[in-house]
Design a protein around this ligand. Structure first.
Ligand code: SF4
Length: 447
């Protein structure tokens, strides 16, 4: 049996990533702002970060491990026949995915849609003529040994199949991705980069609006440090990968596990370059040094807002502002770059509370800052409060750079101005410019 893993994207001048935001995806259009800084950011990010949804790569690994022929493509391959088409779903490419399914179904192709967005919003995919695999598709295809007939005769919604320990899964199928294109994450290092997991799931209270627990559950599942290390060694040897993007929702959530993994990576002496996302509550100075020694050079942290009541209203669990500043300063002092992420227009935000958040962002002055518009996503608990207030006409507008609902206190124009000003004023702030120039000078002298 021959499978095509289809990962389609609309043709846009900005980066679209289906792995981020719990597999629903994000699009970095920076609010369509026309300032020079917005244009530079769109160009730099589009040319620096590109990797596929990890579940699709894991799915490829499972099928390869079971002996099937598998290809990956970002377009329908017209001159080759496949028995089954497995399409990745997302909110940011939703309408493009639907059109692709219709084209395939017109030609009598069998299409299965996978991923968290189709899991929580299956109807449009079913209507277009596809079957939907709900939940983690890599679990459905783990040790798979069936034929085309079996797949054709499955019900339109495939669900409630067994799940396995993440330690039991096959090696992800990165080879077939590299046959199509080379994934990169230039903010952590030059050359190929792959995404990897050391844990899945997040138990924190912000599941109220966050998509990660929808994708992976609220229960923490840990991959053994040795298994993680084996994957890193394998892809370093086979595909010359030295850059690893850990996609755990909260990388250092289990301190003991993180310490063990870092120690193993340090003992390997491979000089890997690593990017992680974590919660500042799960970082201390000792751990920061260990991360740095293991090769972590970029950490993403969610700050969301500086205002306690705005955060409480959204059930956001945070460290104190004072701790956040001192932890980020410390990470950057020891040479780990930080990208701080803020939310524009949380439900309880006003222009004034957001202005305070923006002033706080300037005070933190991390190497990178990202400002995303609050977005109620289908499937999250908060969506129930907003489903009758959605103003977006297409799911592809759910980019985190546009207001997609009618906000109680802020208009679309307010949000656009707040977002555009945030990027313009953050990256032209003299304190940030001086810090950036100093880091460049330091790099020239160190190398
Ligand atoms: S800490 Fe909150 S925002 Fe981060 S992944 Fe967990 S639930 Fe989502």
């Amino acid at each position: 049996m021959k499978f095509l893993l289809l990962d389609v994207y609309p043709n846009k001048p900005y980066r679209i990533n289906k792995d981020q935001n719990g597999g629903y995806g994000t699009a970095n259009n920076y609010g369509f702002g026309n300032s020079l800084i917005s244009k530079i950011l769109r160009f730099v990010v589009k040319n620096s970060v590109d990797f596929p949804p990890h579940y699709l790569v894991q799915l490829a690994g499972e099928l390869i491990n079971s002996g099937y022929e598998v290809k990956y493509s970002r377009n329908i391959i017209k001159n080759e026949n496949f028995d089954i088409y497995l399409l990745s779903s997302s909110i940011v490419c939703h309408e493009t995915e639907i059109e692709t399914i219709k084209d395939l179904v017109k030609d009598n192709k069998i299409v299965f849609v996978t991923g968290p967005f189709a899991t929580n919003c299956s109807e449009p995919y079913l209507k277009a003529g596809a079957k939907v695999i709900k939940g983690e598709p890599e679990m459905f295809f783990h040790k798979f040994n069936k034929d085309v007939e079996y797949l054709i005769n499955l019900p339109n919604i495939v669900e409630n199949f067994p799940t396995y320990e993440i330690d039991d899964l096959a090696l992800p199928g990165w080879k077939i991705i590299f046959d199509d294109y080379v994934p990169v994450m230039k903010f952590i290092g030059k050359g190929p980069a792959i995404s990897i997991y050391a844990s899945k799931g997040c138990p924190y209270s912000c599941f109220y609006y966050c998509v990660y627990p929808l994708q992976q559950g609220r229960k923490l599942r840990i991959k053994s440090p040795q298994k993680v290390l084996n994957e890193m060694i394998y892809f370093n040897e086979k595909l010359n990968v030295k850059n690893f993007i850990f996609r755990d929702p909260v990388f250092s959530i289990d301190r003991k596990h993180t310490v063990e993994l870092c120690e193993k990576i340090i003992d390997l002496k491979k000089n890997f370059k690593i990017g992680v996302e974590t919660h500042l509550k799960n970082i201390d100075n000792e751990l920061a040094h260990l991360l740095k020694k293991a090769g972590v050079n970029l950490i993403y942290v969610g700050i969301e807002s500086s205002d306690t009541s705005v955060k409480e209203n959204a059930s956001r669990m945070s460290d104190t502002n004072i701790n956040q500043i001192s932890k980020i300063n410390y990470l950057e002092k020891i040479g780990i770059k930080v990208k701080s992420m803020y939310i524009v227009g949380l439900p309880a935000d006003t222009r004034e509370t957001y202005q305070n958040t923006f002033n706080y962002a300037k005070k933190i002055n991390s190497t990178y800052a990202q400002f995303n518009v609050f977005t109620p996503y289908p499937g999250t608990p908060v969506f129930k409060e907003y489903e009758n207030k959605i103003t977006a006409k297409k799911y592809e507008e759910f980019t985190q750079n546009e207001l997609v609902f009618s906000h109680n206190k802020l208009s679309t124009k307010d949000i656009f101005e707040m977002l555009d000003d945030s990027y313009k004023l953050y990256y032209s702030n003299p304190n940030w410019v001086v810090k950036y120039l100093l880091s460049k000078i330091k790099k020239i002298f160190i190398h």
